[in-house]
Design a protein around this ligand. Structure first.
Ligand code: SF4
Length: 384
C-alpha cells in the first residue's frame, strides 16, 4: 500500500476509534456494587477480573471499557457486538446438551491482548485501530426473547472477555435463568473470587482457556498463570460445570513437558473435567507458526489420557483426528457420542449413563441428544 494511502487509512481508523469510544461511553451503567469498591483515596477498585485495577477519576481500567466518572465505576450496557446461534460444540461444551444450540452474544474489549486471538475484531476493538466492530443496541430482554423464539436452551457470553462485562451479562442471565435457560461464560479464566460469587446465582457453565503452563508466556498475553489456575480450582469448588480448552500453538505451548503439566494440573483438580486440545491457525498478529498438525493434537490427546483425564477431545480438525472427537465411556470404552466437528452423528447416552455398562458420565445432559445428519454451522440472528 502506498504510504499516503496508509496514512489516510490510519487517520480514518483513529477517527473511527474515537467515535466508537464516545459511542460506548454513552452506553454504560453503574457497576454492580459487588464489583466496585471505593478506596480511601477516592479511587475505585474494580474486582471484575484478576487485574483488580485501581481506577482513578476520568481513567479507565486495563480493559478500557470500565471507567471512573465522578467517583462511580461505569461499565458497558445495552449493546452487543457479536450475536449468533452457535452449535454448543463450538463453545466448546461437549458435556452439555449435545447437539443443542447456544445463543451467543459478546460485547467489546478484553483484559488480555493475545497475539493469536481468533475474536480480535471484537476483543481488541478499543486497543487496535484495525479492529472495527460496531455495536448493536438492545435490551437484556431482547436477547432472552430471541433465545426463546429460536428454541435455544443455552445462552452464553462470548466473543469478548465476559468477566469485564459481567454486569451486563447478569442483566441478560437473570431473566434467562427465570425462563429456564442455561447460562454460561466463555472466558480466559482471569477471574476473582468476588466476580465468581457475583455470577454464580445465574451461571452454570464455564469454559476456561488455559493457554499454557508458562507464566512468562501468560504475562506476554496480559495475564498471570497462577490466577487462571486459582480460578479453575475455585470454579470446581463452586460447582460450576467446567470445560477447559488449550489452543495448541506450534512452538508456543506444544512441548510434551508443557502439555503434560497442563494435563496433570487439570487431573489434579478433577479427572472429570473435559480437556479440549484444539488446532491453531495463523490469525491476527501471530502469523509465523503454521497450523497445528493433526499428529500434535492426537499426541496431546494421549498425554491427557496418560495424565488421568477421563475425557480429552481434539478439536478444530473435523474428521482429521480419528476417534479423538468422540466421547467414550471411561469404564468400558464404548463410544457414547460420535462427532464430526460441531455435528453430533450419534448419541447413545441414556439418562447421563453409558448404555452398555451403566457408568455415570459427568455433565449437564438434558433430555437426550439431538443427532444431526447435516453439517452444523453458526447462524446469524437478527434482533429485529
Ligand atoms: S474488568 Fe479487569 S481490567 Fe477492567 S477495570 Fe476491572 S479489574 Fe481492570
Amino acid at each position: 500500500m502506498p504510504q499516503e494511502m496508509g496514512t489516510h487509512r490510519s487517520a480514518a481508523a483513529m477517527t473511527e476509534q474515537v467515535a466508537l469510544k464516545s459511542l460506548l461511553a454513552d452506553n454504560t451503567m453503574d457497576s454492580a456494587p459487588e464489583l466496585a469498591w471505593t478506596e480511601p483515596d477516592g479511587s475505585i477498585r474494580c474486582v471484575a477480573c484478576g487485574h483488580r485495577c485501581k481506577v482513578f477519576e476520568g481513567k479507565t481500567g486495563v480493559c478500557r471499557v470500565r471507567f471512573n466518572e465522578g467517583g462511580r465505576l461505569r461499565v458497558p450496557s445495552g449493546y452487543v457486538a457479536g450475536l449468533q446461534i452457535d452449535p454448543i460444540e463450538k463453545k466448546p461444551f461437549y458435556h452439555v446438551h449435545p447437539g443443542a444450540d447456544a445463543l451467543s452474544f459478546g460485547m467489546l474489549g478484553c483484559d488480555y491482548h493475545c497475539g493469536y486471538c481468533q475474536n480480535w475484531v471484537t476483543s481488541q476493538a478499543l486497543r487496535d485501530n484495525q479492529a472495527v466492530s460496531l455495536p448493536r443496541f438492545c435490551d437484556a430482554d431482547d436477547l432472552v426473547r430471541l433465545a426463546e423464539s429460536h428454541g435455544v436452551p443455552v445462552i452464553v457470553s462470548t466473543y469478548n472477555e465476559p468477566l469485564i462485562t459481567a454486569d451486563w451479562a447478569m442483566r441478560v442471565f437473570q431473566p434467562a435463568r427465570q425462563r429456564g435457560l442455561l447460562c454460561g461464560f466463555i472466558s480466559n479464566g482471569n477471574a476473582t473470587p468476588e466476580v465468581l460469587e457475583y455470577i454464580r446465582p445465574c451461571v452454570d457453565l464455564y469454559k476456561v482457556d488455559l493457554k499454557g503452563f508458562d507464566d512468562r508466556n501468560y504475562r506476554r498475553l496480559g495475564g498471570t498463570l497462577q490466577n487462571v489456575l486459582d480460578t479453575i480450582r475455585r470454579l470446581k469448588e463452586m460447582a460450576f460445570w467446567v470445560e477447559i480448552v488449550t489452543l495448541v500453538v506450534p512452538g508456543f505451548n506444544d512441548s510434551d513437558e508443557e502439555l503434560t503439566r497442563i494435563a496433570e494440573f487439570i487431573a489434579g483438580v478433577s479427572p472429570d473435567i473435559p480437556w479440549h486440545v484444539t488446532a491453531f491457525h495463523p490469525d491476527y498478529k501471530m502469523t509465523d507458526p503454521g497450523r497445528t498438525p493433526a499428529e500434535t493434537l492426537t499426541h496431546a490427546h494421549a498425554i491427557g489420557r496418560s495424565a488421568g483425564l477421563r475425557f480429552v477431545y481434539a478439536g478444530n480438525m473435523p474428521g482429521g483426528v480419528g476417534d479423538c472427537e468422540h466421547t467414550h465411556c471411561p469404564q468400558c470404552q464404548a463410544v457414547l457420542i460420535r462427532r464430526t466437528g460441531f455435528t453430533v452423528r450419534e448419541d447413545r447416552m441414556r439418562d447421563g449413563c453409558c448404555p452398555d455398562c451403566g457408568t455415570s458420565i459427568p455433565g449437564v445432559w438434558g433430555n437426550g441428544g439431538r443427532v444431526s445428519s447435516r453439517w452444523r454451522v453458526p447462524r446469524a440472528v437478527d434482533l429485529g
